[in-house]
Design a protein around this ligand. Sequence first.
Ligand SMILES: [Zn+2]
Length: 286
Amino acid sequence: MRIDFHCHVFRVLNSREAIQKQFDGFQGYGFYERMLLTIKNVKSIKTNDVIEKTLFHVKKAGIDKVVLLPLSIKENDVVKNWYKAAPEVFIPFFNPPEKINGDQSPETIIEKALKEDEYRGLKIMLPFRKKHLNDKILYPALEMAQQHDVPVVMHAGYPPPGTKKQVLTYSNPIKIVDFIDSFPKLNLVIAHMGFPWVDVAISLAMQYQSVYLDVSNLTYMMPRRLKDFLMRAREIIGLDKILFGSDTFVPEMIEVTARYFNDVSFLSREEVKKILGLNAKRLLHL
Ligand SMILES: [Zn+2]
């Protein structure tokens, strides 16, 4: 089973135009050139339905399940709608509120999301709101995730290209040591292997059984270095805690990210299977 553990909802249909527009000003950057070149060679379908287009590329990539991560509270409903459109493929995660909403506490809202609305995990975006990963505002969400035995994906490390907000200051994964002992049964996923704090992230995964790392967006942002990161992880912690994630800007790119693992000679077939899905399957109790 292949599982994409880190995907967002898409809103655009014309991928080439979208990338060109989104990355105006990145000419000359390695990832920009590679993206434009590679998506040109990915066959797509003509449709006005972006969910249909996404499912088309997910299928072509040989991916069975896709974890959908909301970027903010506002995207929770969008994620839910995508899930309803293809519940056999999409696994919805929830962006937890930090404040009381009306008379509802964050705990009440999260509990409802996990129990009644079928969300299967939480996505944390604190560094984008100038908060460190150990901010106490997060504790109710961590408590609920632990109670319901669902994983928490934390944005850690560098933000997507073009981000104007000050994110790096707040996204060092080392901060999780401040709370991790308080939530011993909580499974935590450090996104992007915490880049540029990859060794910190690997060390955290070494010390704490509950810490996982996803490789989201590294397949296309820094494919050569990803090899090095995976070798470092294998040497120290093995590859049982490494999760595949696409984290792309357009649906076509999902295929490109999965293809990275078709061609790798430095991993065994068994290791590729673990990264591409078996580790995530275990974590999601599928
Ligand atoms: Zn992401």
